[in-house]
Design a binder for this molecule. Structure first.
Ligand code: CO8
Length: 257
């Protein structure tokens, strides 16, 4: 399957989505947003799919929101259309999504990568929020998610100077889960996705909800939420199977119920 701006491939239980606007370094325009929403809604709804990888090209994951599309717009256009508010829908994908980032992840590209559940970076990756150089600011969550990922000092410095952070710095700052040689990026991301896809799927959904709640609530409420989801999984066949399989020293077989 493919859309105007995305390549989509199912590899077993893993959906691989590749941003495909090479002429614009995968700049994110309204069509990319529409295509992402279509493709990730289909992924979420497909019971055969358990983990997704979102990637770009070797040169660019995405070089930002499409500056040529935004340049002529006025505040009425932006406010009236609630420009790019649809990305909130992308972040509501219930199943796991890994960003595999090679090359530039700038502005909206960095923001899109941060909307995924975690980032695996090739050693060529460069992250940044350079919007200030265009007379604007991050607008798709960058100021908020970057501050949560790397802390106030680094987020503030990056958003105020527009400088890029290389893969090694991104790993030590906590923005990315791991860095691998650029040539191995896709294979490593797919291998990680296959590991997740082989887990009990309801537990994977629950883990995602638990970790995301950590950014939205108090510690006490987050821990209660975690415990209730943990309790709830004892109503699933996969919990029975998982614990019996452990005792019988064999791999579990998951049914997603
Ligand atoms: N938008 C549109 N086109 C782009 C973009 C972009 N963000 N980035 C690159 N391109 C295009 C270039 O215009 C060029 O096209 P053409 O050949 O037709 O001139 C082509 O891609 C190749 O780019 P370059 O020739 O510039 O390639 P270089 O290797 O010389 O440079 C860079 C690569 C450094 C990545 C450079 O292209 C660059 O600086 N790009 C812009 C980066 C940027 O500023 N990103 C932030 C954009 S603003 C943003 O993301 C806001 C998000 C929030 C929106 C929320 C709204 C509510």
């Amino acid at each position: 399957m493919a859309t105007e701006t995305l390549l989509v491939e199912q590899r077993g239980a893993v959906t691989l989505v590749t941003l495909n606007r090479p002429q614009a370094l995968n700049a994110l325009n309204s069509q990319v947003l529409a295509d992402l929403l279509t493709v990730f809604a289909a992924y979420d709804a497909d019971p055969t799919q358990r983990c997704a990888v979102l990637t770009g090209s070797e040169k660019a994951f995405a070089a930002g929101a499409d500056i040529k599309e935004m340049a002529p717009q006025g505040v009425g256009d932006m406010f009236g259309s609630n420009f790019f508010a649809g990305y909130d829908l992308f972040t509501r994908t219930r199943k796991p999504v890994i960003a595999a980032v090679s090359g530039y992840a700038l502005g909206g590209g960095c923001e899109l990568a941060m909307m995924c559940d975690f980032i695996i970076a090739g050693d060529s990756a460069k992250f940044g929020q350079p919007e200030i150089k265009l007379g604007v600011t991050p607008g798709m969550g960058g100021s908020q998610r970057l501050a949560r990922a790397v802390g106030k000092a680094k987020a503030m410095e990056m958003c105020l100077t527009g400088r890029m952070m290389d893969a090694a710095e991104a790993e030590s700052a906590g923005l990315v889960a791991k860095v691998v040689p650029a040539a191995d990026l896709l294979a490593e991301a797919l291998k990680t996705a296959e590991t997740i896809a082989a887990m009990p799927p309801l537990a994977a959904l629950a883990v995602k909800e638990q970790v995301n709640v950590a950014f939205e609530t108090t510690l006490q409420q987050g821990i209660l939420f975690e415990r209730r989801l943990f309790h709830g999984l004892f109503g699933t066949e996969d919990q029975k199977e998982g614990m019996v399989a452990f005792v019988e020293k064999r791999p579990g077989k998951w049914v997603g119920r």
